[in-house]
Design a protein around this ligand. Structure first.
Ligand code: AR6
Length: 200
């Protein structure tokens, strides 16, 4: 049986982890919210994060919307974590799956890189992601997992502050698909210097 925690070393001093769990309980400096463009909360992980963070999070989101308008797909913006253990919530809007030829892969990749850029700007050392777009937005998990792993592994080594990226996957199926994508990436792209670092 697949262990519920995979750890990989990337390059000299970065780590990638995959765990099965609830992102609202994460202790990383930042957690990522799979939000909508209006930043008004919603179902899925968005609803769970707003419930756990308390009403102040919605007030923070409203401030941002009033200042800069709606958040387009592929962009990311940080707010305080309010009642969460994480110091920040980084909100990103994934692509809605529409067959795959409407720039969905590029938009999804841009979600991951912009979130990491925002975490870097906020001087975070660690950030947790959910599986962006694979719930209500309908992105096929296998394709989304490949993009997530490649974007993170490719970008992590260019950052100074962010050293740990953790994926917190909510169900065993999604977790297994992400673990397979990470193992494949490690084999196929030696230039990313991804080394499996756990005993399982
Ligand atoms: N921790 C980690 N992952 C979770 C959690 C949790 N507590 N809860 C759900 N997931 P979704 P999307 C997983 O639908 O597809 C919202 O209404 C879930 O099982 O949350 O990007 C927003 O407001 C799935 O694997 O996000 C938007 O309108 C993954 O998170 C829209 O849904 C993403 O599913 C965004 O849709």
């Amino acid at each position: 049986m697949l262990s519920h925690h995979q750890r990989y070393r990337i390059g000299k001093d970065s780590s990638l982890e995959l765990v099965l769990g609830d992102i609202t309980e994460e202790t990383t400096d930042a957690i990522v919210n799979a939000a909508n463009s209006y930043l008004v909360g919603g179902g899925g992980v968005d609803g769970a994060i707003h419930r756990a963070a308390g009403p102040q999070l919605l007030a923070e989101c409203r401030k941002i919307r009033d200042q800069r308008g709606i958040l387009p797909p592929g962009q990311a913006v940080g707010t305080p974590g309010c009642k969460l253990k994480a110091k920040f919530v980084i909100h990103t809007v994934g692509p809605v799956w529409n067959g795959g030829d409407k720039n969905e892969p590029q938009i999804l990749e841009s979600c991951y890189t912009h979130c990491m850029e925002e975490a870097e700007r906020l001087r975070c050392e660690s950030i947790s992601f959910p599986s962006v777009s694979t719930g209500a937005f309908g992105y096929p998990v296998k394709q989304a997992a490949q993009i997530a792993m490649r974007s993170v592994a490719g970008y992590l080594q260019q950052l100074r502050s962010v050293r740990l990226v953790r994926f917190v996957l909510f169900d065993p199926h999604t977790h297994r698909i992400y673990a397979e994508a990470a193992n494949k990436l490690a084999e196929a792209f030696p230039q990313y210097k991804i080394i499996r670092d756990d005993a399982s």
